[in-house]
Every structure is written in C-alpha cells, then in structure tokens.
Ligand binder design. Sequence first.
Ligand SMILES: [Zn+2]
Length: 372
Amino acid sequence: MITTASKATPSDIRINNIKSVFNRLFPDVAMSRSQLGKEIGLSRMAISDVTAEMIEHHIIREVGIDNRTGRGKRSMLLTIETAFWRVISIDISQKFILKGALVDLCGRIVERVEAPIDTEKGISPEDVCALIHRLMKITHAQILGIGITLPGIVDDNGEVVRAVHLDWSHVPLQQEIEAKFHLPTQVTNATRMALVAERFFGEGSANSLLIRIGQGVGAALCINDVIVNGQSFIAGEIGHIIVDPNGPLCACGRKGCLETFLSAPRILSQIEQTPQRRTQILSESGQILGRVLAISAGLLDLNDISVYGPPEIVGEAFLGSMREELTTNIASEYRKIPYLHRCQQGEDLALRGQAVHAIQSFVAFIRESTNA
Ligand SMILES: [Zn+2]
C-alpha cells in the first residue's frame, strides 16, 4: 500500500480490511478468499464479509475457479472489477497541454482528453473544471473521485499554497472542485505522483527517491511505502538548496543553488555552447547530483533512486558518474549503493500516478460516496 502521511488513518477495521484486500489484488492479481484471508490475517468469516461487500460495490469480482491441483475443494478466484468505476485524473504539470483521463480501478487509462494551454493567459481553475466536465460527458461509468496533480506546494486540505509555474497562490482547489462536482477530490504534488507511478508501473520500491530534472530540479521520497510530505508540505523541494556558495547566480537571487547546476535548460545550454564537451558536461552533472544525494541515500538506507528527465540528459554518462560518486561516498561492507535507474514511463507518469493515488485513497469509502 502506498499512502501520503498527511493524516492518521481512521482506526476503522472495515476500511482497513477493504484497503488490504484491494492492495493484495492491485493491479491485476487473482486470489481466492482463503489465500487473501491467510495473507492479511483475517478469519474465514471476516474475509467472507469484506469480499462480499466489495463485490456488492463493484470493486472486485469473481473471475473463475482456481484450477491449481491440491487437496480440498477448489475455490473461486477474485480480482479487481474494471468495468464499473472510473477515477478522473488531471495533470497540470505539462508546459503546453492540460491532460485528463478516465482510469479504471487497475490504473489503466480508458479515455483521455487534452486541452492546449494558452501560454499568455495561463491556466485557471475554470479550465480544470471544463476538462473534468468533458471527461464526465464521455462516460456512463460511475466516478469514484477526482485527482488533480500539479507542480507546487499543496497542503493537507488540497489548497495550492504556491505554484510558481501556474502563478497560483492560496487556491483552495480541492474545496472548489468538491463543491462543484460533489465528488471526493484530492490535489497533489506532481513529482510525488510521478514517484507513485514509478512504484507501481516502473522499478521503484518501498524505500525510494525520485529526482525530476526539468525547468527546475525536484524530488519525491517514499519511506516504507509512505510518501513523505514534510512539515510544511515541501519535502523534496531541493532546487534552491545551495550546493556551492560561489556558484552561478540563481533566478531566486542567491548563488549556487542546485538548480543553477542541474536544471535541464542549464545543462542543455552548456552542451549547446560547447558540443565537444557533451559527455564531460553530463558526467559532471551526474557527479554533482551523486554528491548531493549521498547523505540522504545513506541516512535513509534507500533501496533505489529513479531519475526522471529529458533522455538527452539522463543517459549512461550522467547515471554512470552519479553511481560512481555514490559508490565513493557511501558504499561499504554493509551498505550497497541504491539501485539507480531512469524513469521509463514517459509523459503520462504524473497522470497515472495521480490516478493510482486517487483509487487507493477513495476505494474504501465507496459506500459513503455513493450515498452522498
Ligand atoms: Zn535559487
């Protein structure tokens, strides 16, 4: 299970049982009631109750008889029901395009819509509502909830505290969308949702870090399968941490922020100026990132680090020297360095991650939402 650590989960046994069953079957596992009961640690009666309720609410379905040979009577297999529910996932992190999708309970995109972004006017919450309307019109399925992801600081209540790239400050987006559509809604940080996608569809693990290299530099952290938000909801915002007090001037007015070394525009413009130094520039950039991450990787005993960025930057020259730097700094007899890899998910990373996060957050509350 992957969650954000914002609030303590209600100690409601029913909700926890639904979540446990769902997470065992997600995204496409088939299991019998008795297997599920054994794995989760529930009695035959308890597992029978929870699965009956989930079947009734179209979260799971019976898929056939378990044909594996063995003693005892053969049992019915259960799997996630993909025909009934959809979540709406919206990604506002792309530069020129607003993306939306209807996603089934296995996290598969069923339908998608896009709207070009007017770069002069920017994006408003109304544009987001318009996209949600379009998605609702093209489906007859029940909507489980809405998830919206964007680059920026989002608090516990889904208020966008600050999103520089959208020029939004203190926009209570979750509240506005919930009031308009009467559906459970969540608003999240896009780098964290990229990490969720990497966890479920890529090579990410329960103790992992994702680094995003784009217009700026950002990170997301997952510890024991909990996404870390931080005290002020800015965990992972490492772009303006100073790594060299004598370094280049940053857009924020200070000198030597991590972004002045590692943002994609910065690296690409260096390569453009001296194309013959391409490999060297990429190696040096990877080395800086390796050095900066060494303490965190060692401190947290991370299993893996994924790097999400333009393929012309995040290649073997970059990753190789990052790996070398980490090895030099933290490898020992007792400690392997984290497994380094490039995100392979493409541009749907945040969109799919947001969908999975919304599914997992809302699935146990279906009874409440359908009664609303
Ligand atoms: Zn800065």
